[in-house]
Every structure is written in C-alpha cells, then in structure tokens.
Design a protein around this ligand. Structure first.
Ligand SMILES: O=C(O)C(=O)C[C@]1(C(=O)O)C=C[C@@H](O)C=C1
Length: 320
C-alpha cells in the first residue's frame, strides 16, 4: 500500500513540519518539502502529492495571502483538517557573531513581522534579508559550517523555530531565545486535498469559502453577510483579496462556524448562490479547538426541517 504523500514548506524543521507531524508521522507518509506554499498546493493539483499542509492564518498577521490566493483560483481543492501551532523564535548567528554585531537578519516575512519590536529593541537598524522559510537560513548556516562568512551568506543572524538549532547542529550559535513580540502567537495550518465525498459533521466544524460580489451594487457586501446572519451562522474570519482583473474588484475569503451538511449552513450557501456571481466551497472540517458553534434559537436543524414541513402543508392547502 503506497504511503500518502504530503507536500509542505521545507526544509526540515519548519513550523509547517511541526503541523504536519501532528497530522501523520513520517513513518506512515512521504514528506515532500517545497520552497513555498504555492508549490505545495500546486503539487496536489498536479497529482505529485496527495495532500499539502500550509499556513493559512496567524494571530499576528491574519490571513496568509499566498495560501488564500492559491486556493481561490485554479482547480478546486478542499481543506480537510486544521492544526494550530504555537510560534516563537530563536535568533542564531553565523560563526563568531555576537548580538551587538548583527546588521542583517534572515527571516521569513511572517517571522520578521512577529519579531519586529524585539528586533527593534535588541538589534536596532538591522536589515531584513528575506528567507523562503523559517529553516532555509538554518540549512544555509549548517551547510556553510564553521567557515561561514557574512558576505557569502548574505546575513549575520537568522530567526528560526526553537527546535531548529539542535536539528541543524547550531546549538552553540544561539544568540537569543524566546524572540517574539507576542508570546501567545499561534499559526493555523490546514491540510489541503482534492475534492471528494464531504466528511460527516463532528459537531464542532468550520467551513471555508470564497465569494465574489456583484460589481458596483450598493449594499452587495451587506446582502452577502445577511445570508449568514439570517441563518445564525457566525464567521470566524473574513478577508478581502483583489480578484486581479481590475481595480476595486475583490473576492472575500471566509471561515464560517458549522458544517455544510447542517441546515443553517446549507441555507446560507443557497442564499449566497442566489445573490453572489461566484461561490467556491473550500471544505468543511473539524475545528482544532473542538468548540461547538453556538446555535441560536430557531436555527437548529430541527427548526429548519419543521419550517419546511410547515411550508409544505401550507402549500398543500392546510389552514394554519
Ligand atoms: O512553516 C514555517 O516555518 C514558515 O516559515 C511559514 C510560517 C507562515 O507562513 O506563517 C509559519 C509559521 C509562522 O507564522 C511563520 C512563518
């Protein structure tokens, strides 16, 4: 039996790999490291991988736009699971560098944003050298070995996940630990796969979708949001992203609390289908925090079914 193949942002030791390990052990799956999230998602579309694990949202930065944009267009994919990973950083230096010598810091853009205040206080004026992932600079430092010089490397120090120094043999190069502006920072990752049968509801689910609004129509955003509000469906994330064909045209990426097989979510989707020119369902999957959605009075499945029966009897001529 072939092992399932998982594409993810590598090299080894990224937070994405920490998330992937929560999903499946490397003994039971093939891990396929990629240089960016778009490549990981495209590997699934191309059939090179069965799943991708990608960051989608962080407590500091909000939505991961590369992921949102890659899921919004192209062959449809669905989210199958979410995983939360606490995020903090360690600063490692090239050989012989002290904290006071650091002028250029290699960091993934999301890592840089999550540590900006700490860096301003401890290495003021340091320049950001963009890294493709949180462990890419650790791998460069490990490859360069003891002779690594700053000109060849292009940076003096790097922000890496706490486990990376041990993994890459850089434990003696740690300049600072616990580097983060918000010690509560968490990144949310999702497992992406090709569409298939919808998994059954668990009672604590999320549904992700993308919609476009009718162009130049006053109140179109409100009309779209009303589809959820009227059915008692709470949104836990909503973001606008440019569609890209002309200025002022945006799509909305959203997470709604509940499952597509639940009546109130189904009714909201039917409403969206009536009032929005484009609706892309991106999957219903269990919430990582296992918190069940609040169900308002009149919006439980039984309420919708009873209302439908009532309407049927009215249409059938019953006096009510
Ligand atoms: O997985 C990693 O280590 C990454 O470099 C990616 C990523 C992200 O894309 O948000 C993951 C977690 C942190 O929020 C910072 C960066």
């Amino acid at each position: 039996m072939p092992r399932p193949r998982y594409a993810y942002l590598g090299p080894a030791g990224t937070f994405t790999e920490v998330a992937l390990r929560q999903v499946v052990s490397p003994d039971d799956a093939e891990y396929l490291p990629q240089t960016d999230v778009v490549s990981a998602i495209e590997a699934v579309r191309a059939g090179v991988a069965d799943h991708a694990v990608v960051a989608i949202e962080s407590t500091i930065e909000g939505g991961v736009t590369a992921t949102l944009d890659a899921l919004a267009v192209g062959d449809p994919l669905v989210l199958q699971r979410e995983v939360l990973v606490p995020v903090g950083f360690t600063l490692v230096g090239r050989p012989g560098v002290a904290l006071a010598d650091v002028r250029r810091v290699a960091a993934h853009p999301h890592a840089w944003v999550q540590c900006r205040r700490w860096l301003g206080a401890h290495v003021p004026g340091a320049v950001h050298v963009v890294a493709t992932s949180n462990t890419a600079p650790a791998a460069l430092l490990a490859d360069a070995g003891a002779g690594a010089d700053g000109d060849a490397l292009g940076f003096d120090a790097a922000l890496v996940p706490p486990a990376a120094p041990a993994h890459y043999g850089l434990a003696d190069r740690v300049l600072a630990e616990g580097v983060a502006d918000n010690p509560e920072a968490v990144t949310r990752f999702v497992v992406v796969g090709r569409p298939g049968p919808v998994p059954p509801p668990t009672g604590a689910d999320k549904t992700t979708l993308v919609v476009h609004l009718p162009s130049n129509e006053a109140g179109a955003l409100l009309t779209m949001l009303e589809q959820f509000a009227a059915r008692g469906v709470n949104l836990s994330r909503i973001e606008s992203r440019p569609i890209g064909d002309s200025l002022g045209r945006y799509s909305f990426s959203m997470d709604a609390e509940g499952h597509i097989t639940e009546e109130r979510m189904g009714e909201a989707f039917m409403g969206l289908h009536r009032v929005c020119p484009h609706v892309r369902y991106l999957g219903s999957y269990p919430r990582a925090d296992r918190r069940a959605a609040d169900v308002h009075i009149g919006t439980a499945d039984a309420d919708f079914l009873a209302a439908r029966d009532w309407l049927r009897s009215v249409r059938g001529g019953a006096s009510v």
